[in-house]
Design a protein around this ligand. Structure first.
Ligand code: ATP
Length: 307
């Protein structure tokens, strides 16, 4: 449904996207995850037919985005980073206008607007001026305009950016509700968005693909080691040395105010680690398992070796 092959985009000297290859299967929600400047918006603008690539290929909703950009624009739904909303239109009026621009047949426009309003939870504000609805509702209007042509593919650029925590939860719920009906690629720079909403993820940094797969696959392949993160009264070099002496522990590092303790996958030294902390009176405050994908992402973003 979305297939990207060796996609590259240069802005003059700047290589914003470098040879990306990935695929999103029909009916799945995938995240395009990366820190600011990673190349997410550039990739999405190429996939939606709004920006030409320098090299590579991409197929979206059955169309080649380079040969048929207009067909792509017509057949997909796109929530850009900044949604071009007309503040003086009502919610329903604006959606009717978008339906016209997207060439929804005149006879079907009212039905299309009603459906998008219901799917996006906008029933109560359909007659309000856009300028008078909250940011969360404006974002819903953005999602509704992307749904107006009943697209099989939705591309959502940072759908929860700038929203308050309650609005973030609501928008994530809305997107989760679209699972199965449509293929969705959403970009984000925050990992919980991916773990809470997506089935899989493409992780990019500085325009390069760093990891790609379903969340389960990634957690499996990158958890070469198991281990825990410990927060103690004091987590310094002396404490790290103590844990290096635990049989089976392979690596201990100090990470800010925490100790990161690792051992070979398949073993479990949590009891030994906890016992040592208690026996030595180190003031155990917290012990949590190393989270595979979280660690992977932190390693990628901080430039540490991930693989
Ligand atoms: P953000 O989360 O901050 O929006 P992003 O992952 O979406 O970041 P892009 O906006 O795609 O990243 O930008 C990727 C790189 O390309 C950045 O270094 C950015 O400065 C650069 N860039 C983006 N647009 C242009 C442009 N029109 N001209 C020159 N450089 C650009």
């Amino acid at each position: 449904m979305i297939e990207v092959q060796d996609l590259t985009k240069r802005y003059g000297e700047i290589a914003a996207v470098k040879g990306l290859t990935f695929k999103v299967e029909p009916g799945r929600i995938w995240g395009l995850l990366g820190p600011n400047g990673a190349g997410k918006t550039t990739t999405m603008r190429i996939l939606t037919g709004y920006l030409p690539a320098t090299a590579g290929r991409a197929r979206v909703a059955g169309h080649d985005v380079f040969d048929e950009p207009e067909a792509v624009k017509r057949d997909i739904g796109y929530l850009p980073e900044v949604v071009p909303l007309y503040q003086d239109m009502t919610v329903a009026g604006y959606l009717g206008f978008v339906a016209e621009i997207k060439q929804v047949a005149k006879a079907r426009r009212k039905e299309a607007v009603d459906r998008a309003i219901v799917s996006s939870g906008l029933k109560d504000v359909r007659r309000r001026l856009i300028r008078n609805v909250s940011r969360g509702f404006k974002q819903r209007v953005g999602i509704a305009q992307a749904l107006i042509n009943d697209p099989r593919v939705l591309i959502l650029d940072e759908p929860t950016i700038g929203l308050d925590p309650a609005q973030i939860m609501e928008i994530r719920e809305l997107i989760r509700g679209l699972r199965g009906e449509r293929t969705i690629l959403l970009s984000t720079h925050i990992l919980p968005e991916v773990t809470q909403v997506c089935d899989g993820v493409v992780i990019i940094n500085e325009g390069e693909l760093k990891a790609c797969g379903s969340l389960d696959e990634l957690a499996d392949s990158f958890e070469r080691t198991d281990g825990v993160v410990l927060r103690l009264r004091r987590s310094g070099a002396g404490e790290a040395d103590l844990f290096r002496g635990v049989p089976g522990v392979e690596k201990v590092s100090v990470d800010g105010s925490e100790l990161r303790i690792e051992w070979a996958r398949g073993r479990d030294h949590r009891d030994d680690v906890a016992r040592l902390a208690l026996d030595k009176g180190l003031g155990l405050r917290e012990m949590r398992s190393l989270a595979g994908i979280e660690d992977l992402y932190m390693n990628i973003v901080s430039g540490r070796s991930a693989q």
